[in-house]
Design a protein around this ligand. Structure first.
Ligand SMILES: [Cu+2]
Length: 310
């Protein structure tokens, strides 16, 4: 008996040790290798998605425990070796009504909050600022509408060098291999930001898991989305639509900063206001005549065109 107890203890310890990193990762904003559960993200939308997912997961767990528990119990309790004789009825109206009505109620209970969350996720009204995102083969362009700030964002040089050199990437040295860009999309926290998303060549999709949504970027169509980031940080994503040979090399990096820091950054990116015309400089000294290059070609002697005779 003590041996069995010891075995159970070891099994429980092993299971909890295995579960610990999974639980820790479940809290992180960016997906991690071997992450088990969906991340909570850092926005209202991602929290909504996480909540809806957890409700559905728990409903599935409870149904699974009840159904498999009842099956196991029935198989053990009413086994043939104990002399059980199977009932011979083929229909039971009461049972059929119950096993139709209960799932319908469960679906309604799940669909009601999920629909409310979906509607909230698509409501881009009352945004404080708008960022236009355009997908290109193979980079992103970001425009802060009305602010006169726009730039492109593409795979960072080092990732690009490693991938083209054929050397094996070392994640210890380059932890953000293929997930870093030259120009990060800087956004303020605690601000409702509207995105208008399109593409210039083929279909791309803008996806940062920590924000809780992904949106197709389609040429000729402007899609919308919004976010309201709660915590400052760096959030990484990728193009999520197979868009050509370099589809895997157009990452997204969002840098969320406090509002004041964002304002400073935005001001630093704005083109300098047109400077007052500078005082007219003194006319440059006339170039000396001998400045003419010595190698100047001699006037070409035009060969007279042969005149047609006769
Ligand atoms: Cu793409």
């Amino acid at each position: 008996m003590t041996q069995v107890n010891g075995m159970w203890k070891r099994l429980v310890t092993a299971c909890s040790l295995l579960a610990m990193p999974a639980l820790a990762w479940a809290q992180s904003a960016d997906p991690k290798p071997w992450q088990l559960n969906m991340g909570k993200g850092v926005t209202a939308s991602s929290q909504h998605a996480y909540d809806a997912h957890m409700v559905a997961l728990w409903v599935c767990i409870v149904i699974g425990v009840i159904v498999f528990g009842a099956m196991g119990y029935a198989m053990f309790k009413f086994r043939k070796s104990k002399g059980a004789v199977a009932a011979q009825f083929s229909h039971n109206t009461t049972a059929e009504i119950i096993w139709t009505v209960i799932p319908v109620l469960i679906l309604v209970v799940m669909a009601w909050p999920a629909t409310a969350k979906l509607i909230a996720m698509y409501d881009t009204r009352n945004a404080e600022m708008t960022v236009k995102v355009t997908g290109y083969q193979w980079m992103w362009k970001y425009e802060y509408l009305g602010e006169d700030v726009a730039f492109t964002s593409r795979l960072d040089r080092e990732s690009d060098r490693i991938r083209q050199s054929g050397e094996k990437p070392d994640l210890a040295k380059n932890p953000h291999y293929l997930l870093d860009v030259d120009n990060q999309l800087v956004l303020p926290i605690d601000t409702k930001i509207r995105f208008v998303i399109t593409a210039d060549d083929v279909i791309h999709a803008w996806w940062v898991p920590a924000l809780g949504w992904k949106q197709d970027a389609i040429p000729g169509i402007v899609n919308e989305a919004w976010t309201d980031i709660k915590e400052p940080g760096i959030y990484r994503g990728q193009c999520a639509e197979l868009c050509g040979k370099d589809h895997g090399f157009m990452p997204i990096v969002v840098k969320a900063v406090p509002k004041a820091e964002f304002e400073q950054w935005l001001a630093s990116k704005k083109p300098a206001p047109a400077a007052e015309p500078a005082p007219v400089a003194a006319p440059a000294e006339a170039a000396p005549a001998d400045a003419v290059p010595a190698t100047e070609t001699a006037p070409t002697a035009e060969t007279p065109a042969p005149t047609a005779q006769g």
